[in-house]
Unconditional design. Sequence first.
Length: 177
Amino acid sequence: MNDMLIWQNLRSSLPLLLLTLVVLATGVWSCTTSSHVPLSVREKQERAEESGAVEVEPADLSVVDEAELQRREEERQQKMEELDSDYYARTNRALSQYVKAQEAFFERQYPQALRLVRSGLESMEMADLYALKGAIHNALGQHDEAVADWRRAVDMNPEVVSRLYPGLPQWYETTQN
């Protein structure tokens, strides 16, 4: 019932919205001179002709192609579903790579863990991926790279500081003093 009320309100306000857009597009209500003098009728007509605008009577705006509105709404919904689907797919790939990288890290297979983290970051940048990447670099003795990754992780999410990432809590503590 609520959706029907919204749709009716939208349909009743659409002609006014379209008229406003036409008026704004033609510059009928614009003031282009520095003294802010309203445009004359002739100036309004010239601007409308220059912009290619067509004069529309308010009565013409009340006729709205409902099929076109429905088609546009369906396109919008489809696009939103595609965006959501892509987001979830990227998130899933990143998390999957994170879990695999974490396993490799704790098995001390650092080069493999680093490859997996980089693959996860290609799907989606996440603070935990950067924190793990820093811990891997730290374990490999690459302290400058570790600090850069930890800095990035903490910038994204300060709550990422955890003992789960060896070296990160100690580094973070030194930055807070």
